[in-house]
Design a protein around this ligand. Structure first.
Ligand SMILES: O=P(O)(O)OC[C@H]1O[C@H](OP(=O)(O)OP(=O)(O)O)[C@H](O)[C@@H]1O
Ligand code: HPA
Length: 250
């Protein structure tokens, strides 16, 4: 990694939810605020400056990794365009591109990293590419994506990730630009999701993932292993069970 990132210690508990405006539909599901929105903005501003200074006068293609990367991407690009407006002597022409990858189910990497949409990657040939990602967790997604990108012969590839997780089984991949290094806990908010929930939170929160994991395991066990007739006194149908589960998740 070319620059330091802000390290959040393992014993850091963050801020109590009661200090912030948390949407009512998520109040019961979250533990603490890990990184408030304002701090994300300030840190992103500095990352934009580092990127701007490193790339200096060359065009840059910013590749957003969807869906999780979209909030960091728009904020980072906003800050880069502001730098372009206020620096008369240096300017970085920006192109935008998107790729959609998927590998997580619940809070687990499936290890099966699939490109499920996005722009035609042959546009990247000969370009300086900045990959913009929300989180490097195990590091598998980024290693796979970088291998894919190399096939399109870009001029250079750098990676900016808002978060890097400290986890013992990481591939060891480190991005060129990193916002925060976070403890090995599941985080949501600021477009990071848990099964598509929580993307609509402004801040990055810790989530009671254990609670969800239990619910999900129990639900899939019931729905796949136990004949519905055996559950008739308990559940009316699998659909009812699913909607009940969904209500609990929301
Ligand atoms: O380092 P890794 O362990 O591979 O995990 C990181 C990846 O996981 C998430 O994507 P996800 O598959 O959940 O898709 P999403 O961006 O649509 O949420 C995240 O956005 C990263 O792309
Ligand atoms: O901690 C996480 N939160 C949300 N999405 C993720 N994808 C990988 N790790 C995470």
């Amino acid at each position: 990694m070319s620059k330091d990132c802000i390290k959040i210690a393992d014993d850091y508990t963050g801020y109590a939810l009661s200090n912030f405006c948390v949407p009512r539909h998520y109040e019961e599901d979250l533990e603490n605020v890990l990184i408030p929105w304002g701090l994300i903005q300030d840190r992103t501003e500095r990352l934009a400056r580092d990127i701007f200074q490193d790339i200096r006068d060359e065009p840059l293609t910013a590749l957003c990794v969807l869906k999780g990367g979209y909030r960091f991407y728009t904020d980072l690009l906003d800050k880069l365009t502001t730098l372009n407006r206020f620096h008369a002597s240096v300017s970085v022409q920006l192109h935008v591109d998107f790729i959609r990858l998927k590998s997580y189910e619940n809070d687990d990497s499936t290890g099966d990293i699939r490109v499920i949409g996005g722009d035609n990657l042959s546009n990247l040939r000969g370009h300086n590419v900045l990959v913009v990602e929300d989180i490097i967790d195990t590091g598998r997604t980024m290693s796979r994506l970088l291998a894919i990108l190399q096939k399109y012969e870009p001029k250079s590839v750098k990676v900016a990730s808002l978060l890097v997780k400290r986890r013992p089984d990481s591939t060891g991949y480190r991005p060129d630009y990193c916002g925060f290094e976070v403890p090995d806990k599941f985080v949501v908010g600021y477009a990071l999701d848990y099964n598509e929930y929580f993307r609509d939170l402004n801040v990055s929160m810790l989530c009671w993932i254990y609670y969800y994991t239990c619910l999900y395991s129990f639900a899939s066990f019931c729905l796949t292993e136990i004949p519905l007739s055996a559950l008739s006194g308990f559940l009316i149908s699998s659909d009812t069970f699913n909607s009940h589960l969904k209500l609990l998740l929301m």
